[in-house]
Ligand binder design. Structure first.
Ligand code: PMP
Length: 781
């Protein structure tokens, strides 16, 4: 390997020179301590001093004199590991320890300047170094298999020194951030930062849950020997200098990373090694799911540590730097891969997803498109409509990806229900585990319902301390409506011009997206969303006239209900003062203020967890839905105790499915994922990145007008050459993007606004893909 052998964090170890005994001195040690006489040949070593000794009778050994800063306990661990492996799997060829005349595995010798060094002797293994470097394909599978076998042999091994911190342990990759200043090239620094960020986000949260044991941790061509007559057969494993206790999967990532350097098709190479490994040591889902990032981490380590070491040992530059340029290039190639695709391939080669895919194939696979559409129309009736001119037949989802029944993949930048990504394994497992145990209603005591209620109320401002569970956003708003009427004793509703709040009889009446302005019942009046057009905004976005109109019809307001992401209106973010003004005036007129967080809640907006937090207000009622169960029907109403009590006195409330333990398990899992994967921060950062990229496109294409929204909820108006809103063009762009594998929607009163609202696991690479598809649509339409 190009780089240094292991370094731990101790400065003395870094700065200590390699031992420099003369051949004569070493000959003496060999003889006096180990009873060996013969010819000595120096071997390469970074920090130690190594020799091969060939005795008169033709035996060969390796003499290793350790750097004076080396911890003897760590050396002891390495030697004990060799003995352990030889016991467990005698056919696995590893060096044998030669005991000294005193019967010890390690002896101490002293240099002329007084420094003490540990010396040990190992058998010299026959075999040849692998032919080509990087090694040819034939060795990849055997390497995977041999590594797995070595890991199995070490499975039960333990040593108290094993938990020392080794910089060359991918588990500690995050610590490499401090060495980034040593990387001179800004592009390389950015690349390393990209993978460090990914690691922190994707790997760190899982580390404590993964299998761990003592592993070789440097199983690379330099440390293996192959048969002279069969270069695909591994006959020896040497150099246990990086042996440490870490994640089992780190061992595989370390080998894979090294084998990819310089290969233009790295994924296929990694897959070969993984296949070989998996046949002996079946990999777990969680391990496979982070392997892309672990391989990237190891490659980044090779490059960053080399850059840092050059600053300490500038005279050794050529040796340390070796193939560093190739490593950076390999990292670039690795980044250019779609990480989800790579992971999928890894699962595939381990045979883990094949079954699922067969299951996922629709039964009517042979049915023609047209037959399906007509069956659908007659069975489901005329109210169900399909997205896109060329509707999609989706059979599988994963993260930000949707797959159709022909195996085509689509980047999902539309679905906010799958808030933490389609089929997030943590949520899926939570649902499956609870479904296996029990599913009942809130008529029984259950731990999960309280835990979820606590988790939600903890995220709400005081005094919103009561959480009532329902199954959909519509039910939540229906319940908010009931409460508002009971508490206010009024009958009117205030909404924005083009809003949506649900599909029940009551909520449809205050959903202007569904019911035209002319047909609005007299108890519903509208005001303006926070548009940039100040004529609508002043002084109170039309609330006073709405209140007046209500009054004229014999109503006073029971509630003001606002979707805090104003999605149907065309996607807006509340500017400071907007909600504040509306809330004050509504309350003054006797109404309650309801924040409908069905669209905007759960971190999507980035800056805040809830949309109402963009202003200095506390709603009387907050309604939640869609993203809450990541696809599982789960919704809730949050309110003050006295409001819930008023409802209890009037009618009470029961919802058979609301708050069932399976839904609660889903809801808890969603919150855990948002927390552990720092998805609110992701929505903020990737949202800003997306916004910046969209703003760049906007400069190049006059048909892109106002850009609005926050975090991962972005809207963009489409206008024609005369500057008028152009719904037809918006529709064409959306459909063109769909044909190019990117799913977005349209929204706004005339469907003139592109609606971008992906699962909040969306990454910068996905934003780039979306923007490229948008540019293509704008160029080609
Ligand atoms: N409120 C808002 C703001 C919504 O967007 C929706 C659904 N699109 C609802 C309420 C109704 O939710 P559901 O479809 O779960 O009944």
């Amino acid at each position: 390997m190009t780089n240094a052998k292991h370094e731990n964090y101790r400065d003395d170890l870094l700065e200590t020179q390699s031992p420099s005994f003369t051949i004569e001195q070493v000959k003496d040690f060999a003889n006096e301590r180990f009873g060996l006489t013969g010819k000595l040949f120096p071997l390469n070593s970074e920090r130690d001093q190594n020799f091969r000794i060939s005795t008169e009778v033709g035996d060969q050994f390796v003499i290793k004199i350790a750097n004076s800063a080396e911890d003897p306990a760590v050396i002891d661990m390495q030697l004990k590991a060799l003995e352990y492996i030889a016991n467990v799997d005698p056919e696995l060829s590893v060096p044998k320890v030669l005991l000294s005349r005193n019967g010890a595995a390690i002896e101490q010798v002293q240099a002329e300047n007084g420094t003490k060094h540990y010396i040990r002797v190992l058998s010299y293994l026959p075999g040849a170094p692998p032919m080509e470097y990087p090694t040819d394909l034939a060795l990849l599978r055997p390497m995977g298999a041999c590594l797995a076998r070595l890991a199995l042999a070490l499975r039960g091994f333990f040593h108290p020194a094993a938990n020392y911190e080794l910089l060359w342990d991918v588990k500690h990759f995050s610590k490499l951030r401090q060495y980034l200043p040593h990387v001179n090239d800004a592009n390389h620094r950015e690349l390393a930062t990209y993978f460090l960020d990914r690691f922190d986000r994707n790997v760190l949260p899982l580390i404590t849950k993964l299998r761990a044991q003592i592993v070789h941790n440097d199983f690379v061509p330099d440390n293996i020997l192959v048969a002279e007559n069969d270069p695909g057969r591994i006959v020896g494993i040497i150099d246990f200098g990086d042996l440490t206790h870490t994640l089992l999967i780190v061992d595989l990532a370390t080998t894979s990373a090294r084998m990819l350097v310089g290969h233009s098709e790295p994924v296929g190479k990694a897959a070969e090694i993984i296949t070989g490994y998996h046949e002996l040591v079946p990999l777990e889902d969680a391990e496979l799911s982070i392997l892309y990032d672990l391989i990237a981490a190891r490659l980044t380590m090779l490059a960053v540590i080399a850059s840092w070491r050059v600053t300490i040992h500038p005279d050794n530059r050529e040796y340390i730097f070796g193939d560093i340029e190739e490593i950076w290039l390999t990292l670039e190639t690795w980044r250019a891969q779609d990480s989800a695709d790579v992971t999928r391939k890894f699962f595939r080669v381990c045979g883990l997803w094949e079954l699922e895919e067969v299951d996922a194939m629709p039964k009517e696979a042979n049915e023609t498109f047209q037959t399906h559409l007509s069956r659908r129309a007659s069975l489901l009736g005329p109210c169900t409509y399909l997205f896109y001119k060329h509707p999609l037949h989706i059979v599988r989802g994963e993260g930000v990806w949707l797959y159709d029944n022909d195996g085509n993949r689509y980047l999902d930048a539309y679905n906010n229900v799958a808030q933490v990504g389609h089929c997030h394994p943590h949520v899926v497992n939570a649902i499956a585990n609870q479904a296996r145990r029990l599913n009942t209603s809130t008529r029984y005591m259950h731990r999960l319902i309280l835990e979820l209620a606590e988790q939600i109320t903890n995220r709400m401002p005081e005094p919103l301390s009561v959480c009532m569970f329902v199954c959909s956003g519509s039910e939540a708003n229906e319940l908010a409506w009931q409460m508002s009427r009971i508490v206010s004793r009024n009958t009117g509703v205030l909404i924005t011009k083009f809003s949506y709040h649900g599909s029940t009889a009551a909520t449809t009446q205050f959903s202007t997206e569904k019911i035209s302005q002319e047909k609005l019942p007299t108890h519903v009046q509208t005001l303006f969303a926070p548009t940039s057009d100040s004529t609508f905004r002043k002084p109170d976005s039309g609330l006073s006239s709405a209140l007046m109109a209500l009054n004229e019809q014999g109503h006073q307001p029971a509630m003001l209900i606002l979707d805090t992401g104003f999605v149907s209106d065309g996607i807006y973010t509340s500017p400071k003062g907007y909600l504040n003004t509306l809330y004050a005036k509504t309350r003054n007129a006797g109404g309650l203020c309801v924040a409908d967080e069905v669209q905007a809640g759960f971190g999507r907006l980035g800056q805040h967890f809830w949309g109402f937090q963009f202003d200095d207000v506390i709603p009387d009622i907050v309604t939640l839905g869609k993203p809450m169960g990541n696809g599982h029907p789960l919704a809730a109403v949050l309110t003050r105790p006295e409001i819930a009590e008023a409802l209890a006195l009037e009618s009470g409330y029961f919802n058979t499915f609301g708050g069932n333990p399976v839904s609660c398990a889903a809801g808890l899992a969603v919150l855990e994922v948002i927390e552990k994967e720092a998805l609110q921060r992701n929505a903020l950062e990737v949202g800003q990145y997306l916004r910046d990229r969209l703003a760049e496109v906007q400069k190049d294409y006059p048909m892109l007008s106002e850009l609005r929204g926050s975090g991962l909820l972005q809207g963009m108006d489409i206008v024609n050459s005369a500057g008028a809103l152009d719904p037809e063009m918006a529709d064409n762009i959306m459909n063109h993007m769909r044909e190019n594998g990117v799913l977005i929607g349209t929204t706004g009163e005339h469907a003139q606004t592109l609606k971008i609202r992906p699962p909040i696991v969306f990454q910068k690479e996905h934003a780039d893909r979306l923007v490229a598809a948008l540019r293509k649509a704008l160029d080609e339409l």
